[in-house]
Write a protein that binds this ligand. Structure first.
Ligand SMILES: [Zn+2]
Length: 409
């Protein structure tokens, strides 16, 4: 694997602003995603892949043709967008060759420090190549590390026809960060028995479980009237909303107080006035059934608030977002087993991990395409302190090439 080429790809991709924008219904939500997609199609075509294309939604699809017959199609997938939580405009990547250890101060905003105490992985990466932003933006390794790794592995397989593998479908999606990554995907076009997202942190890990997730929108209707004549007549939705939120657990079932396999419900957005307040609350747990108990908790809090504010109308609407992939992965045990075997062939050991969130793979698995998530060298995503390790990205690209071979055996 050519390290310099992988690095050059990655540095080029992160400098294209592909920040997802939740406030628009456009698909994709930002033009940079189309620009990056076009570039990838050009590169794939130049490498000799004939069917590389960008569909009308901006999704990039391509196939590395198989070198042997009768091997099932597998797919590699990554997302083009970056998180709206931190700006991805004007990313100025910093490459630290032969990282010497210690904290990393980011040059354009020296208050931004990547500390070893908060990034334990840095200890084992002394001597490696680390890439950061300049501190004023995110880096975008989530998920351009995954994009670069897949591009590198695809190029490698094309250049090495002696490697025995089946057809490899490549897929780059848009707007994963705002929950729309799979909205415009046609599973029939992917036509694979298993898919791998390259969107995991660090190295040598397979995410085999994600949260199950629902979104609750709570609408609190009050009675508005001029405050001068409000006595006995006004019902202030803001006060009812405060009462409602106060009834939700804080010392448990909140993101601030939970970890590992513990779920939570999380009010993350509020807006409105005296007449109406809307609250958005995410419900999360590894056990899908627990989401119903969380919704019940919201409904009983609503009932209690309504008995205190008899004129207030509180409606709780819950809709599903994505589901834990564990059940779906069990239907195609080769997906995880072969990824483990491929890593073992490279002399490395695999860790199975769980994600306190979702991936494109959660939705894909739910739709019938088993899709575990593989590590691609990204760290501390969605923040100016995001960083990536080139050596881990090279390892991930090798992993994909080995995985293609394992499926052909
Ligand atoms: Zn991601």
């Amino acid at each position: 694997m050519n390290r310099d080429r992988l690095l050059a790809r990655f540095l080029q991709y992160v400098q294209i602003d592909t920040t997802a924008r939740e406030e628009t219904d456009d698909y994709p939500s930002s033009p940079g995603q189309l620009e990056l997609g076009r570039l990838l199609v050009e590169e794939l075509t130049a490498s000799g892949i004939r069917d590389a294309r960008q569909d009308r939604h901006g999704v990039v699809l391509a196939t590395v043709p198989g070198t042997v017959d009768a091997v099932p199609v597998i797919a590699f997938c990554a997302h083009l967008d970056t998180s709206p939580e931190t700006s991805g405009c004007g990313v100025n990547p910093q490459v630290i060759e032969e990282y010497a250890g210690g904290d990393i101060v980011l040059p354009a905003d020296t208050t931004q420090v990547i500390r070893t105490s908060e990034n334990r992985d840095l200890e084992r990466l002394v001597g490696c190549t680390i890439i950061t932003s300049d501190g004023t933006t995110l880096l975008g390794a989530d998920d351009k590390a995954g994009v670069a790794v897949i591009m590198q592995a695809a190029g490698w397989l094309v250049e090495h026809p002696e490697i025995r593998h089946g057809p490899i479908r490549i897929c780059f999606t848009c707007d994963e960060e705002i929950g729309r990554g799979v909205d415009k995907l046609d599973l029939a076009q992917i036509g694979a028995v298993a898919c791998y997202t390259l969107d995991g942190q660090g190295s040598d890990t397979i995410d085999v479980e994600t949260f199950s997730a629902d979104l609750a929108v709570v609408t609190i209707g009050g009675v508005n009237i001029h405050p001068s004549i409000a006595k006995g007549r006004m019902t202030n939705a803001i006060r009812a909303a405060a009462d409602f939120v106060e009834r939700l657990p804080r010392d448990r079932l909140s993101p601030e107080t939970t970890e590992d396999r513990e779920g939570f419900l999380h009010p993350y957005e509020i807006g409105g006035g005296v007449a109406e307040v809307k609250l958005r609350i995410i419900l999360r747990d590894f056990e899908t059934a627990a989401l119903e108990r969380q919704a019940e908790l919201l409904r009983s809090a609503a009932a209690e608030s309504m008995s205190k504010f008899p004129e207030a109308k509180i409606a709780v609407a819950v809709k599903p977002q994505y589901r834990n992939m564990a059940g779906g992965l069990a239907t195609e045990p080769r997906a995880v087993a072969y990824a483990e075997r491929a890593l073992k062939r490279l002399g490395r050991t695999c860790r199975q991990t769980i994600v306190r969130g979702g991936t494109d793979g959660s939705r894909l698995t739910e739709l019938g395409l088993p899709t575990p998530n593989l590590s691609a060298g990204q760290h501390t995503p969605h923040s100016p302190l995001e960083w990536a390790c080139l050596d881990e990205m090279v390892d991930s690209a090798r992993w994909l090439a080995a995985l293609a071979e394992v499926w052909a055996q």
